[in-house]
Design a binder for this molecule. Structure first.
Ligand code: TRH
Length: 379
């Protein structure tokens, strides 16, 4: 019989929580033949990344995953063999009691947020005993180094990226009504938070040495770009605004696999949050991370932890350029000076991207690490 998994996802905001859980559910079904139910508390948000979602259905099947609407009044169901609460969301109390009542208690995992901080290795897979019930919850930490749970990586992703050649790129641009790349032009995808210093970034590109063609998906910084160009109403999809060396093209919010292709097709990717940040690393193109802003600037610690790890194998010039632009994008410095220094390192950064993928790869991907853990004897 197939092992059954339940993944619970409470959407805090935006698309990252559900974006990650959806990918994970698909990998578990497609690559491990598992039976997966994905519980999501906000289908409308989910529908942005998976447009085939039926917003009115309590339960529905999509790509082999059973998607269940997670309502406040949680109905009685039999818990699965492996239960994942994503990003410390709280399981329904009925469900926890039902897990304890089973003759064999499920493997219960709290799948945590991604961080490059050192303490993660010490906490990965730590057990926590339930105060009253005969249940153990394990903390599973994604990460970038051995001793962590790794990163989500579908088996087909890197081969698909390798075969995404010039002809495939051209077809991709055509499909989305986007002008193919011109010789000597720099193509950039821009997916950032509204708090990012978009004005400074665009100003730096207006006076760039080479033409810069920026693609802005809906749901990103459309308002800030509109203000920059001083146009009255937010531009429609397909519209292009231009100033100096800069052209900005507004594109739709793409389906997840098409977003991957966008990352592969661009020369530089500005990404944010957690999931697009990881996808940009697999894309192996120079990228800049707009970290999810947290209270009391605690995200700065996370940002620096990743920067230290990511730049460790870089030359001093390359590392300085990355630190300076990444800090600038996250509110800690001047973009105007940081951009030209970063642009000067693009070739080296493109090569480094492949090296970085080779460094991440041996850690094992997150889904296989999860599956292995679910099959192991535990305390
Ligand atoms: O959308 P995000 O900001 O999401 C999250 C959430 O805010 C979450 O609460 C927070 O904890 C986390 O950030 C750190 O950024 P993220 O994580 O990159 O998720 C975006 C998802 O949307 C990702 O799965 C890629 C996908 N996407 C598309 O499918 N098409 C697109 O066109 C774009 C721009 C993104």
């Amino acid at each position: 019989m197939k092992q059954r998994w339940d993944i619970f996802c409470a959407i805090v905001d935006n698309f990252g929580d559900v974006g990650f859980c959806w990918r994970l559910a698909c990998v578990l079904v497609n690559e491990y033949g598992l039976e997966v139910r994905l519980w999501v508390d906000d289908l409308s948000n989910f529908a942005c990344i998976a447009p085939d979602i039926d917003l009115d259905a309590e339960q529905q099947w999509l790509q082999g995953v059973k998607i269940c609407c997670w309502r406040q009044s949680f109905t009685k169901i039999k818990p699965a063999d492996v239960v994942i609460e994503a990003f410390a969301c709280e399981l329904p109390s009925f469900y926890i009691v039902a897990m304890a009542a089973l003759p064999r208690q499920p493997i219960w995992l709290n799948l945590e947020y991604l961080s490059a901080e050192n303490w993660v290795i010490g906490c990965h897979l730590l057990p926590s005993l339930h105060p009253r019930l005969p249940l153990i919850k394990y903390f599973f930490f994604p990460g970038f180094v051995p001793g962590t749970g790794g990163l989500l990586l579908e088996k087909h992703l890197l081969p698909a990226r390798s075969s995404f050649n010039n002809a495939a790129q051209t077809a991709f641009w055509r499909l989305h009504g986007i002008q193919p790349c011109r010789m000597g032009e720099l193509r950039i995808s821009l997916f950032c938070y509204d708090s990012a210093p978009v004005h400074e970034l665009l100003s730096a590109w207006v006076v760039s040495d080479i033409p810069v063609y920026v693609l802005v998906p809906q749901g990103s910084v459309v308002d800030a770009v509109t203000v920059f160009f001083g146009v009255d109403s937010p531009p429609k999809v397909g519209e292009i605004l231009q100033s100096g060396k800069l052209k900005v093209c507004f594109i739709p919010f793409l389906e997840q696999n098409e977003y991957d292709q966008l990352l592969w097709a661009c020369d530089v990717n500005f990404v944010r949050g957690e999931d697009s940040f990881v996808r940009a690393q697999w894309a192996a193109r120079p990228f800049v991370w707009n970290i999810y802003p947290q209270a009391e600037e605690s995200h700065q610690i996370k940002l620096n932890a990743f920067l230290n790890l990511y730049t460790a194998g870089m030359s001093p010039d390359m590392s300085a350029a990355v630190f300076s632009l990444w800090n600038g994008l996250n509110g800690g410095g001047q973009i105007m000076n940081a951009w030209p220094a970063f642009a000067a390192q693009l070739e080296a950064l493109t090569q480094y991207g492949e090296k970085w993928v080779r460094q991440l790869w041996p850690i094992g991907d997150l889904a296989s690490n999860l599956v292995q853990f679910s099959r192991k004897d535990r305390i």
